[in-house]
Ligand binder design. Structure first.
Ligand code: SAH
Length: 236
């Protein structure tokens, strides 16, 4: 809990109990399927739970917001966020069905009524009716390079909405490509904040991109293309 208090968060006893249940469910499910690389309790608490909650730094998620979690995996940051912020509506999205099923089952067991998971690739969902410009925020943790995230996330945001991306250290070239890509899809990088993970000390970066205008219809490109040919970004 030291990690959480370092974020300036106070958990109620009921919430601590919910995190303990989440930990148990995650370990139980990981024993049966490949859900997460971490198995040790302390690692899960620090590198999944506490790390997920670092997206609350900077106050970018204040208010009653509709939040899409792009590439949620086993539910990060969506589940910890839903647990401490019942006022947020969370839509965790992932291309892998078994992961999304785990997130749905877990939300039900923990009675998190603010979690509404979807199985889809972001490229396809981002073109779907009722999805474009339908969210106040997109959160995403450890999913892709910034230019790819910009193309996948910005279509979901209303103008004025924010992408809040949780990453490790970011190279200057990735950031530059990310800025150009954001401009191309209707956004602008607002904040790049390096910090260290409480207790564990690992280097992290919280990046915020604001949607400043509509995303051109040609984005996102079709499935797989944003990753294979990231905007303004040459991977070797
Ligand atoms: N956010 C989680 C998982 C990170 S792993 C965590 O921090 O633990 C990246 C996840 O993103 C994988 O589960 C993968 O299936 C998903 N993903 C990657 N590209 C995607 C896309 N285009 N659409 C939907 N999901 C995607």
């Amino acid at each position: 809990m030291e990690g959480v208090s370092q974020l300036g968060l106070e958990l109620e006893p009921g919430q601590v109990e919910q995190f303990a249940r989440l930990l148990a469910l995650l370990r139980e499910a990981s024993a049966q399927m490949n859900l997460t690389a971490l198995h040790d309790e302390r690692d899960i608490v620090l590198k999944h739970f506490v790390d997920s909650l670092t997206c609350l730094r900077g106050g970018w998620l204040e208010g009653e917001l509709r939040v899409l979690d792009l590439g949620t995996g086993a539910g990060f940051p969506a589940l910890p966020l839903a647990l401490v912020r019942p006022d947020l509506q969370l839509i965790p999205v992932d291309a892998t069905r078994k992961k999304v099923e785990f997130v749905g089952r877990t939300a039900q067991t923990l009675k998190l009524e603010n979690v509404h998971p979807l199985v889809s690739r972001a490229e396809t969902l981002g073109r779907g009716p009722g999805q474009r410009e339908a969210y106040d925020r997109v959160v995403t943790r450890a999913v892709a390079a910034l230019p790819i995230l910009a193309e996948l996330a910005l279509p979901f945001l209303r103008v004025g909405g924010l992408l809040v991306a949780q990453k490790g250290p970011i190279a200057p070239e990735e950031l530059e490509a990310g800025k150009l890509a954001a401009a191309e899809v209707g956004g602008e990088v607002r904040s790049v904040e390096p910090f260290t993970l409480p207790v564990a000390g690992d280097a992290r970066t919280l990046i915020v991109v604001e949607k400043t205008g509509p995303t051109p219809d040609r984005y996102p490109r079709r499935e797989g293309v944003p990753n294979r040919k990231p905007l303004f970004w040459r991977t070797t």
